[in-house]
Design a protein around this ligand. Sequence first.
Ligand SMILES: Cc1cc2nc3c(=O)[nH]c(=O)nc-3n(C[C@H](O)[C@H](O)[C@H](O)COP(=O)(O)OP(=O)(O)OC[C@H]3O[C@@H](n4cnc5c(N)ncnc54)[C@H](O)[C@@H]3O)c2cc1C
Length: 396
Amino acid sequence: MVERSNQLHDVIVVGAGPAGSTAATALARHGRRVLVLDRADFPRDKPCGDGIPPGTVGILHDLGLEAALRAAHFQPIDALRLVSARGRDWRLRFTPRREDSGFYIARRVEFDDLLFRHAVACGASFLRANVRAPLVENRCVVGVRADVDGIERELRAPVVIGADGATSAIARALLPDKPPERHRAVAIRAYLDGLQVIPRAVEFHFGARYAPGYAWVFPLSATSANVGVIVRTDRFKRRGIAIEALLHEFVESRELRARGATVNALQDAATWQLLLAAPRRVRRAFDGAVLVGDAARLVDALTGEGIHNAVLSGVLAGESVERALAANDVSYGSLRSYEDRIQHELGASIRRSYRWQKYVAAFPPVLEALFIGAGVFRGRVTRWLDRISTDYRVAQ
Ligand SMILES: Cc1cc2nc3c(=O)[nH]c(=O)nc-3n(C[C@H](O)[C@H](O)[C@H](O)COP(=O)(O)OP(=O)(O)OC[C@H]3O[C@@H](n4cnc5c(N)ncnc54)[C@H](O)[C@@H]3O)c2cc1C
């Protein structure tokens, strides 16, 4: 039996990760009745490197999270270490030019809970529900079908925001074409205690077995870190090496062993997939629905970072949905302003990252040559990065 609910909400947000909680907050602050659905209760973990990319915190400050983020004392980052496949080491220091452009490491179990609780504090309602599919009538999304406490229910609202991540049930129904394997990645993360960490530095280690991906060490304290590996799905399948084996290989590398790492100390290893943003324009708005965050395929193709774009897309979706509701027009024609804003704000960086991943990171010898060049012209490269960076002062 299917239970049908009367329409009590203006918007249903499916998924309470960074994208969903941000969209819910933006709309609740406009006084909209927002229902957030998630199959998990919060706090919940999400497999991630826990790197909160530059620019994210500034967006969250504008949504009223400044005091909460300050109180959370997440690990600030002001150094970058890149290690080539042949062990060439390149380090940079970067200091934010503005306070809100910082880069942080924050365990997702805490970070996502903070965003989720803020959405609820701003007035969004939460229901634990496993969403099966959007409800579509006359080609317009009018709600969702979901399992709530073992009962199948139909929940209705004028707009549905699909924020349910890389395996989104909403995107699967609205965007039936699966992205090709070269536009997807698989990644594993684990927590590692007893590792000698470079304070406040994120490390990216390149290697032929990961290309065009990398292995990372993101510090959580002086002796603990989030470590992991990301590989593009087509390369991963072609090489036929299990992702856990790649992580173990990295942890057992000479350098990490010398710094105290052992495979036995790995905890909470978890694997998940990423949908990489590609230059070809993707539908992200529909009659009665929009897609945000990973559901909208917005992960940076070079770095694998998705949190900044998730949060930004949540805000942009919130603004477009608010305008559509105010105009009483939730058709694609009205909601496509969201799609245009995404293109405007992120189009250039999506294209740039895609090209660097495809033409540089995918070829270890090209990357090695770049390391050699950067080593020879270290001073010049650093000064150039300092000049072009609007957010950071860059130094050696
Ligand atoms: C191993 C790994 C490391 C990464 N490291 C980084 C990093 O360091 N920095 C970075 O910026 N990005 C990183 N990413 C990417 C980042 O994790 C994602 O881009 C980000 O989580 C996207 O946020 P989101 O809100 O779109 O989706 P999610 O965070 O995935 O949230 C989706 C939510 O939807 C819920 N949900 C899913 N399906 C349903 C359903 N059917 N019904 C109801 N609820 C549902 C889930 O429970 C979840 O709460 C990494 C990804 C991986 C896999």
